[in-house]
Design a protein around this ligand. Structure first.
Ligand code: FAD
Ligand code: NAI
Length: 478
């Protein structure tokens, strides 16, 4: 096989598959190579990347199932609903998650056919450059050489493992194993109180595990606004999560019966955590091995990320771009997608732009945590004068009616111009509410703009408006 394309995308995750579809929409002849079969029963490479196969989508499916279980078991009675003994079939919960993943990944194959994107099933490695463009070897099912004038590297990331802790994805798991436990662990240990640790820790806590999270940093959720992080820690502890910060892992031992984590606590005292299973969620590292980057002169930084031009995502080799988790910036699916669209449009001669300050973050715990823009601590560090307005969900009729009154929304605005600099929230449906803040910030709105816009009543969105009013001490319902 020797085929020539205008654009070759390496990696079929949210960055890669969206880049491929957008490039095809713009009239290019496009191929997308993907090598990972994840859990495909036939062993065929599957589209969707980490996000659809072992990340965003399966974790949210399990979060939804465990949330339903918790609501029925513990919250139904508040509504006067009487239920008998409630139990959960964790195998069914995992099977439901797998069905959703299969549906989503095959949906991308359909989109590829619709947009005439060629799906190359195999691992891609650069071998050099010829008059036809960059030469890329594909191994696996669609083995052969492909040429393309432009290549978009979207090879994503994988879980970072700790030295001396061997992940077998049965007893000691990264995100892949933690999404398919064959039974509910009685005691679950989690190393790393980041996004994965808290989301997957919540899943298994809700269905009955006793969960202990061990975090190296002294502060909890350091990237969040610290007001939100403090509230989150309080709520998660009340829910039954044990969170130990400022720890140092000494070693991890395991036998068939379980795992023992020896660590030093915040005071340096030796402690032992015995658990049935352990999740190691200490960040992710970019996938750049066996790509042949040296053959075409693509530079990688000291941490393994591909170096790019911040505005165009072009690498040190002309015509080769890199996007998503394999480059700088937040490791988020929507950031990868937006970079995919950006590169396809640049190739078509357009002038797209991404404002990285307006990329929203969500942690899908209950309550959800979401933010966009700068935190209070970042504004202080940069010496930017700001005003802050905060409003609690407890003073909102819709939240009370839903029985979901924990948390608040905080709006930070420039002290002089009133421009919104950051919006931070912890509360029900924060993942949806944050979109309003992201739109407002993209349009450089002021806090007063949000305050003056009519919001539906009764709705959770009124909390965002009240927080914007609170910036000038004129919240109406508090
Ligand atoms: P990936 O999704 O990693 O895809 C890259 C693909 O490239 C992979 O399938 C890989 O097999 C393939 N590949 C690599 N090298 C080659 C090669 N040489 N040849 C062929 N193919 C290759 N983000 C959110 O925004 N929201 C969430 O809720 C969220 N939840 C998450 C939950 C978990 C448990 C995890 C682990 C991550 C989560 N993320 C979430 C992060 C999100 O999954 C990533 O940011 C996103 O997948 C990055 O997309 P990508 O296209 O850059 O890379
Ligand atoms: P993370 O970076 O969010 O958190 C890792 C945590 O582990 C940090 O708090 C870090 O201090 C801690 N840590 C590091 N080394 C440690 C050690 N030796 N001992 C104890 N603690 C240690 O990484 P995580 O949770 O693995 O997730 C990876 C990435 O995936 C996230 O940063 C995010 O970009 C993406 N993701 C996004 C989600 C979302 O958008 N909702 C959900 C899940 C993942």
């Amino acid at each position: 096989m020797s085929q020539t394309f205008d654009v070759l995308v390496i990696g079929g995750g949210p960055g890669g598959y969206i880049a491929a579809i957008r490039a095809a929409q713009l009239g290019f002849k496009v191929a997308c190579a993907e090598s990972n079969s994840y859990d495909d029963p036939k062993g065929d490479p599957r589209l969707g990347g980490a996000c659809l196969n072992v990340g965003c989508i399966p974790s949210k499916a399990l979060l939804a199932s465990s949330e339903e279980f918790e609501k029925i078991s513990h919250q139904a009675s508040e509504h006067g609903i009487k239920v008998g003994a409630v139990s959960i079939d964790s195998k069914k919960m995992i099977a439901r998650k797998d069905e959703i993943v299969t549906k989503m990944t095959s949906g991308i194959q359909f989109l590829f056919r619709k947009n005439k994107v060629t799906f190359l099933k195999g691992h891609a490695t650069f071998s050099g450059k010829s008059s036809e463009g960059y030469q890329v070897n594909i191994d696996g099912k669609d083995a052969g050489v492909v040429s393309a004038k432009n290549v978009i590297i979207a090879t994503g990331s994988k879980a970072r493992h700790l030295p001396g802790i061997s992940v077998d994805n049965v007893l000691i798991c990264d995100n892949e194993g933690a999404l398919k436990f064959d039974s509910i662990p009685k005691k679950l240990g989690v190393i790393g109180a980041g996004v994965i640790g808290l989301e997957l820790g919540s899943v298994w806590r809700r269905v009955g595990s006793q969960v202990t999270v061990l975090e190296a940093l002294p502060e909890f959720l350091g990237a969040c606004d610290q007001g939100v992080a403090k509230e989150a820690r309080k709520i998660f502890i009340k829910q039954g999560l044990t969170i130990n910060t400022g720890i140092k892992i000494i070693d991890v031992k395991h036998d068939k019966k379980g795992v023992v984590v020896n660590y030093a606590d915040n005071d340096g005292k030796p402690q032992k955590l015995e658990c049935d299973r352990l999740i190691v969620s200490v960040g992710r590292v970019p996938n750049t091995e066996k790509l042949g980057l040296e053959a075409i002169g693509v530079n990688v930084d000291a941490r393994g990320f591909i170096q790019i031009d911040d505005h165009t995502c072009e690498t040190s080799a002309s015509g080769i771009y890199a996007i998503g988790d394999v480059v700088r910036g937040p490791m988020l699916a929507h950031k990868a997608e937006d970079e995919g669209v950006l590169v396809a449009e640049i190739l078509a001669g357009q002038k797209p732009h991404i404002d990285y300050n307006c990329i929203p973050w969500v942690i899908y715990t209950d309550p959800e945590i979401a933010w966009v823009g700068k935190t209070e601590q970042q504004l202080k560090e940069r010496g930017i004068a700001y005003k802050s307005g905060q409003f609690p969900f407890a003073a909102n009729g819709r939240a009370l009616g839903m029985g979901r009154a924990d948390g608040f929304v905080k709006v930070l605005a420039d002290a002089t111009t009133d421009e919104i600099l950051g919006v931070h929230m912890i509360g029900p449906n924060a993942s949806d509410l944050i979109a309003e803040a992201a739109v407002a910030m993209e349009f450089k709105a002021s806090a007063e703009d949000i305050a003056r816009i009519c919001h539906p009543h009764p709705s959770l969105a009124e909390v965002v408006r009240e927080a914007a009013l609170a910036v000038d001490q004129r919240a109406l319902n508090m």
